[in-house]
Structure formats: structure tokens, C-alpha cells
Design a protein around this ligand. Structure first.
Ligand SMILES: [Zn+2]
Length: 312
């Protein structure tokens, strides 16, 4: 660690609450990554332990399964920092951060399971726990020049399939593109600050586009699309500026208006998704959210951020 970083760290130690100090002491006592993960989990209740059942206040009530227990003063139920989060009742917690790293690295289930030393079923379970990050990875507003385009993902109905040999039969290509019901449309919208929204649409219609964009798109934004009629209809109906680029006429850009940022986001998304070899349609929004977070935070999105995001 650089000297300046260390100095900052020392300064920050002064800001710790009693609980955080205790958690940090555990990390320093050499419990390594398991200790860090536990500290991160316990830090959730560093200020106040809020009962997940009734929002009452919890009081310390011993320890269980390596985590501090609390008992609600109001409803008398006990809980810990994981109760009712996607990480509740998770076993082998000491390996969770390493698994988070495997997800950041975009490993397949099999590779992740092997690297971390867990079985495939656990890897599958953990992936979906970590993917349940809240919808707050969506931007609050898209402003200025906002590019929009649709992309398609092959529909997969495998759902919570068993991880058996049949699982190999997946992927493949749809016979038709675009309007085929074998393809799930995802609308990608991105403004020039990099704020990005990826949203699964039931179909590409004015109604579905309006439902997604009307609240998030700034009223004075310039919406740039490839000329899909539904965008124009949406813009007209909601009194917004729409700039249609007609690709077939060779009009790929018009002044500063183009959809190249959306196109490059989409191709990165496709490349990233390919490694998962077919994602069940019901999980597609989770994967899209995960990718938004990865792309937005870049190197700041670490193994520990995965764990923290699941607890937020
Ligand atoms: Zn309660």
C-alpha cells in the first residue's frame, strides 16, 4: 500500500464506530478473508440493528453460526445481519469473497466452482444470490443526448433446471431475428455521461418503451435511435425531441448524433453474456443489472463489493 493511502487509512480509523472497530480488530487478528467477509456483514448493523421482521430495534443477543445475533425489542424475534437478505443461511461463508472474485472475472459456473472449491450446485445457488442486487443499479435519470437501441437474447426457458447432462442442450441460434418470439428484446439506453439503462421489454412497442423511458428520460433530452417507429411515437406522444438515424439510407451519424456508444455497450454486454452459455429468461434482468454495475464501477467493483451489493 502506498504511504498516502496508508495515511488515509489511519485517518479513517478515527471515524470508526465501536462495532466497526471490533470488526476491524477481527480482520487484523489474522482471520483473513473470512474475517473480512464477516466484518463486512456485521458492519451492516454497525450503527443500529434494525429488525428485518418489523423494523424495530434489536439488542445484542449472543452469537450463532459465527455471526452476532440480535433480538428485537418490539417483536422479540431474533435475527442476524443476513436475515432476509439474499445471503441468509449461506453456508461456507469463508469462500464467498473468492466466489465474488470469480464472478467479477466472469468465470463460468464450472470454472468458478473449481477455483473456489465448492460444488456446482453451490456455485449455481451463490451466483443467483449475488445476482439479486437491488434495482438501484439503474440510473435515476438519462440526460442530454441519449442513445437508444434494442438487442436480442435467445429465449431460454430452462429456469431452475437441474444441473445435469441435459443442461448441455442450450444456446444455439434462433431461426428468426427481431420479431420472433424466440428472442427476448432488451432496450439499451445510454447518455453521454455513461449512465446506462438496460431493460427487458415484453416486445418492442410504443407502450413498452413509454413504460420504461417516460420517467427516467429527462424532458429536454434528445433521444437518438436507428429510426424504429416506436421511439418516434413515444417521443411524439410525450413531447420529446427524437433524432432518427436511418441506417438503411447510410445515415449512421448526423453531426454529433449517433448510437455508437450504445452499440459498443451492447457488444461488450453480448461478449460478457456469452460466457454464461445461455441465461434463463427469468434471470436476464439480474444479469443485466450485474453488468451495469461492473461497467459503471470498473476496477472499483471488487470481490467485496459483490458481497456488499447483495446486502444493500
Ligand atoms: Zn421485530
Amino acid at each position: 500500500m502506498k504511504v498516502a493511502d496508508f495515511q488515509r487509512l489511519v485517518e479513517q480509523v478515527g471515524l470508526l464506530t465501536g462495532e466497526q472497530r471490533e470488526a476491524l480488530a477481527q480482520v487484523l487478528a489474522g482471520q483473513g478473508e473470512a474475517g473480512q467477509t464477516t466484518a463486512l456483514i456485521e458492519a451492516r448493523f454497525a450503527d443500529k440493528a434494525t429488525c428485518p421482521h418489523c423494523q424495530g430495534e434489536g439488542q445484542k443477543w449472543g452469537f450463532a453460526a459465527g455471526l452476532r445475533r440480535y433480538r428485537c425489542r418490539a417483536c422479540k424475534k431474533s435475527f442476524n445481519a443476513l436475515t432476509k437478505t439474499p445471503l441468509a443461511f449461506l453456508k461456507k461463508r469463508d469462500k464467498l469473497a473468492a466466489y465474488g472474485q470469480a464472478m467479477v472475472d466472469g468465470l463460468s459456473l464450472r470454472k468458478a466452482a473449481k477455483r473456489v472449491g465448492i460444488d456446482l450446485t453451490t456455485a449455481f445457488d451463490w451466483r443467483h444470490r449475488l445476482l439479486k442486487m437491488p434495482a438501484k443499479t439503474k440510473p435515476a435519470k438519462l440526460q442530454g443526448v441519449v442513445e437508444a437501441d434494442e438487442t436480442y437474447f435467445l429465449e431460454s426457458k430452462k429456469g431452475r433446471r437441474k444441473l445435469d447432462r441435459k443442461a448441455r442442450k442450450r444456446g444455439g441460434t434462433a431461426s428468426k431475428r427481431g420479431l420472433s418470439d424466440e428472442q427476448i428484446p432488451v432496450m439499451v439506453t445510454r447518455d453521454r455521461s455513461g449512465a446506462t439503462l438496460t431493460e427487458v421489454l415484453p416486445e418492442v412497442t410504443t407502450a413498452s418503451i413509454t413504460k420504461v423511458l417516460d420517467t427516467v428520460l429527462a424532458k429536454d433530452a434528445a433521444l437518438v435511435s436507428d429510426g424504429e417507429k416506436a421511439y418516434r411515437a413515444f417521443a411524439n406522444a410525450t413531447d420529446r425531441l427524437h433524432i432518427a438515424l436511418i441506417a438503411t439510407a447510410g445515415e449512421r451519424t448526423w453531426g454529433t448524433y449517433h448510437i455508437q456508444n450504445v452499440n459498443s455497450y451492447t457488444s461488450a454486454l453480448k461478449g460478457w453474456m456469452a460466457r454464461f452459455k445461455g441465461v434463463a429468461t427469468e434471470y436476464l434482468p439480474s444479469y443485466l443489472g450485474w453488468h451495469r454495475k461492473l461497467e459503471r464501477e470498473g476496477e472499483a467493483f471488487t470481490r467485496m463489493s459483490c458481497v456488499a451489493a447483495a446486502l444493500a
